[in-house]
Write a protein that binds this ligand. Structure first.
Ligand SMILES: [Zn+2]
Ligand SMILES: [Zn+2]
Length: 188
C-alpha cells in the first residue's frame, strides 16, 4: 500500500537561455507529492505516517523554500551573490533562520546561508523531480514523485529497494541500531 504526503515550496527561478518569458526571474508555489510504498506496518496500521514523510523531506527540501534556484552557468548567479555580499547577507543573517541542512549532489548544491540552490540543469518540474529523488531515495521508499508549479506538472515512478525497519509504536524508521528516534522502542 502507499502513504502519500504533500508539501509546498515557494521559490524563485528562471530558465536561463529559454526562448520564452520563463527566462525572466519569477516565482512559484511548487507542490510536491511523495508516495511511499511498503507493507502496512501492523503495529500502527500505516505504511508510514504522512507527517513524518513531510518531516524527513522538509529537512532537506526547506533549502528550496523562499530560496532562489539558479543554474550553475547563469550569469545572474555572480551578480546576485555580489549584491548579497555587499549587503552582508551572503554568509547568513540573524533573520535567515529556516535553514535546511546543506547538501551537494550531482544535480544540485544548497547554500542555506544565502538561501540559494545552484543546479546543474534548468530547474523545470522534471528537473526538480530528479533532484528530489536523489536527495530522498535512501531515506524513504519512494515509488512516485509528482511536482507541480503553476500549469506545469510532472511525475515519475521508481522501484524502491530499501528495506526500512519501522517502529511498531509510532511508525517511523528505526535508526541503524534498531532504535526508534522518537519513542525509544528497541527492535528485539
Ligand atoms: Zn517558473
Ligand atoms: Zn517509535
Amino acid at each position: 500500500m502507499r502513504s502519500i504526503a504533500k508539501l509546498d515550496l515557494q521559490y524563485a527561478h528562471r530558465f536561463y537561455g529559454f526562448q520564452g518569458e520563463a527566462q525572466y526571474l519569477h516565482g512559484h508555489t511548487g507542490i510536491l507529492t511523495i508516495e511511499v510504498e511498503d507493507t502496512v506496518n501492523e503495529g500502527v496500521n500505516m505504511v508510514y505516517p504522512c507527517n513524518e514523510i513531510q518531516k524527513v523531506a522538509w529537512d532537506v527540501l526547506k533549502n528550496f523554500d523562499h530560496a532562489l534556484i539558479l543554474r550553475e552557468d547563469d550569469p545572474l548567479l555572480p551578480a546576485i551573490l555580489g549584491v548579497y555580499e555587499k549587503q552582508g547577507i551572503k554568509n547568513g543573517h540573524p533573520q535567515n533562520k529556516m535553514k535546511g541542512e546543506a547538501f551537494k549532489t550531482e544535480l544540485a548544491t544548497a547554500y542555506p546561508d544565502s538561501r540559494l540552490v545552484v543546479t546543474k540543469e534548468t530547474m523545470t518540474v522534471e528537473g526538480m523531480i530528479k533532484i528530489v529523488y536523489d536527495l530522498l531515495k535512501d531515506k524513504l521508499n519512494i515509488v512516485k514523485l509528482t511536482f507541480s508549479s503553476g500549469v506545469n506538472c510532472a511525475s515519475a515512478e521508481f522501484v524502491t529497494k530499501n528495506k526500512i525497519d519501522r517502529c511498531p509504536l509510532c511508525g517511523i524508521a528505526l535508526d541503524k541500531n534498531g532504535v526508534c528516534p522518537k519513542c525509544g522502542y528497541k527492535k528485539k
